[in-house]
Design a binder for this molecule. Structure first.
Ligand SMILES: [Zn+2]
Length: 303
């Protein structure tokens, strides 16, 4: 494959979408995602060194897959890594109703010295990863925290599912970037948490034959398949699970970049500040500058 083959061409389909699937006989469910223009738009708001670009791309794929596990559109999934001693201080990504955003606060020199794809723990030093599910209907919030250890964010997220949710989960993420072009793909497969309904929980069942089989098949996914724009997500799914009697597929949200940093949003936030504090924040032109880290831009708010 020449490098041009995977560059995003106009008219090419299959990017920025997420597919849900169920393998009923194996009590398994999954997500498959491929990001293109949406990922490029998010990355283009910043001038990241390669290692940080790679890390954020991986985080966005994971955020999309985990966020789409939320049953309600208004729910939000937030992935946040806080670290010290390495190149990263903070990574924040979130997903709501198909909208994705994210940024990484980092030390430029340390990040540049880390090469293109360092191990997670080498990039982060010491830290932890918090994964938060905010449910809209009930207003409930679930949060799990795991250390930023191991080779990748995907590995840390697998540990989150194993430890916090006791759901055996396999995660694979692949990224290809060249210049300003970037394609990322991901696969999430997990064993149904059917044990919640009064049966024994599945955390003791990593060796369950149903799950072992699915995990082996899913684990055979190659990185180049995940980011091949000429291989649809549906075809990849068939390639992986063609031996199964039934695989049910459901296209989920179209993914796009979305931020909530509107003037109206900040006006409503600033409305709760007392006048003397607002006066201190105001610039000579009468507006208050607010920094959106996701968009890397200053928004001027009249308040
Ligand atoms: Zn913003």
């Amino acid at each position: 494959m020449s490098s041009d083959d995977y560059l995003i061409q106009s008219g090419q389909t299959g990017f920025d979408r997420i597919l849900g699937f169920i393998i009923p006989d194996r009590h398994a469910r999954g997500r498959m995602v491929r990001l293109g223009p949406t990922l490029e738009t998010i990355l283009s708001a910043h001038d990241y060194p390669p290692a940080i670009k790679h890390l954020l791309a991986e985080a966005l794929v994971l955020t999309a897959m985990m966020g789409s596990l939320l049953k309600e559109d208004g729910g939000q999934l937030t992935l946040q890594a806080q670290a010290k001693g390495g190149a990263i201080d903070l990574l924040a990504c979130d997903y709501r109703g198909g909208e994705l955003r994210g940024y990484v606060s980092h030390d430029r020199e340390k990040a540049a010295a880390a090469g293109t794809s360092p191990r997670l723990e080498n990039l982060c030093g010491e830290g932890y990863l918090a994964i938060t599910f905010d449910l809209e209907g009930s207003g409930e919030r679930y949060q799990g925290i795991v250390p930023l250890e191991g080779s990748s964010l995907s590995e840390a997220c697998e540990r989150y599912f194993a430890q916090s949710e006791q759901v055996p989960t396999l995660l694979r993420v692949a990224i290809r970037s060249e210049g300003t072009h970037c394609v990322a793909g991901g696969l999430l497969v997990q064993h149904f948490p059917e044990g919640e309904e009064g049966r024994e929980r599945l955390h003791a069942k990593e060796d369950h034959p149903e799950w072992e089989h699915v995990a082996v098949m899913a684990g055979s996914t190659r990185h180049d398949e995940l980011v091949d724009p000429y291989l649809s997500l549906e075809d990849l799914l068939i390639r992986l699970f063609h031996e199964e009697r039934e695989v049910r597929v459901q296209p989920l949200a179209e993914l796009s970049r979305g931020c909530r940093c509107s003037v109206e949003h900040y006006q409503s936030v600033l409305a709760s500040f007392p006048e003397d504090q607002l006066a201190e924040m105001r610039d000579p032109d009468g507006t208050i500058p607010v920094d959106c880290a996701f968009c890397s831009k200053i928004i001027r708010v009249s308040a």
